[in-house]
Design a protein around this ligand. Structure first.
Ligand code: TYM
Length: 326
């Protein structure tokens, strides 16, 4: 299993549900590699603040650990510490038709309206393919917005294998049954996203929000003028809150529906606030412990990079040999 998260600072609940929570739930089942993808955070160079980026990388790694990713069971590392990622990305880019990259919806939306677009933004999914293929990955647990990139990874692997002989394992995306696409609390028609959250405080719940902020954001969440509290029939805003309550409390949706019977949206919001704050309190305590122990965190990441290299090195050499370089 391989997955990655960008070092965007504090993660929001969408990334927790789409990624971290799935990683933790499955980490006993197989060999896992989890990565803070800092090279992916360079694609809009105007927005890069080098000092801040380093700190965000550490903070993101601490959030992995605080969410329950166990460095004894899983490899946790920083992408730029393992140079095999950049090297394989070049080899793969030579085998990736340009048209495949222009078709990516994330490229279309992120390049829209920009005067100048860096080449990195276009080849971003090739670097992502390198991340995944280096570890002979079967499964990639992600939110729905990443599925297109995982499918592209598979296509690139098939093309490479056809051109140069069997080299890569073909990976598959795995999205959670509920919560694969958590929506904005202030607008349940759009995905909860970091870029909107920096502009609109009511948009997302962040993993490091204090209880009062969580209460304000949830109580102001957009619902509708009705009273429908059955998940199947509920409006997008209500379904989103029920999803959050389910994920945060760990209780089945049916149990939440039963508890809300006869109640209204106010009851749902209160229940959601309590569940989220109960979930976040221990996570935030652990986060502070990891952030206070700088040497300990650095040691986890150094050991993670070492173990990652042990797997990635032979895969890169296999790809180089297949192409006649190295
Ligand atoms: P990123 O950093 O944008 O998001 C990290 C993970 O969080 C999921 N996610 C969501 N899930 C549900 N609802 C939401 N509103 C929501 N918002 C984000 C994302 O689907 C993702 O799983 N390109 C990737 C990072 C990456 C990667 C990889 C992922 C680089 N290499 C290799 C997997 C494998 C990205 O930008 O994710």
């Amino acid at each position: 299993m391989f997955s990655g998260v960008q070092p965007t600072g504090v993660l929001h609940l969408g990334s927790y549900v789409g990624a971290l929570r799935q990683w933790v739930a499955r980490q006993d089942e197989r060999d896992n590699v989890f990565c803070v993808v800092d090279l992916h955070a360079l694609t809009i160079p105007e927005a890069v603040d080098p000092q801040q980026l380093k700190e965000r990388v550490r903070s993101t790694a601490a959030q992995f650990l605080a969410a329950g990713v166990d460095p004894e069971k899983s490899v946790i590392f920083v992408q730029s510490h393992v140079r095999e990622h950049s090297e394989l990305a070049w080899l793969l880019s030579c085998a990736t038709p340009l048209g495949w990259l222009y078709r990516m919806t994330q490229f279309k939306s992120k390049s829209e309206g920009r005067e100048s677009v860096g080449t990195g933004l276009l080849v971003y999914p090739v670097l992502q393919a390198a991340d995944i293929l280096l570890y002979d990955t079967d499964l990639v647990p992600v939110g729905e917005d990443q599925v297109q990139h995982i499918e592209l990874t598979r296509d690139v692997a098939v093309r490479f294998n056809n051109l140069f002989g069997d080299t890569f394992v073909l990976p598959k995306a795995e999205v959670p049954e509920v919560g694969a696409r958590l929506m904005g609390l202030d607008d349940p028609t759009v995905k909860m996203s970091k870029s909107i959250a920096v502009e609109r405080p009511g948009h997302a719940i962040q993993l490091l929000d204090d209880p009062d902020t969580v209460r304000k954001v949830v109580m102001a969440a957009v619902t509708d003028s009705g009273r429908e509290l059955r998940f199947e029939h509920a409006s997008p805003g209500v379904r989103n809150l029920m999803t959050i309550a389910h994920v945060a409390s760990g209780r089945p949706i049916a149990a939440i529906e039963a508890e809300l019977e006869g109640g209204g949206y106010g009851t749902l919001k209160k229940l959601t606030v309590e569940a989220v704050n109960e979930m976040l309190a221990p996570l935030q305590r652990r986060y502070r412990e990891y952030m206070d122990d700088r040497a300990g965190l650095d040691a986890v990441l150094a050991r993670g990079a070492e173990r990652a290299r042990e797997i990635a090195g032979p895969t890169l050499r296999r790809a180089q040999a297949a192409m006649g370089v190295g």
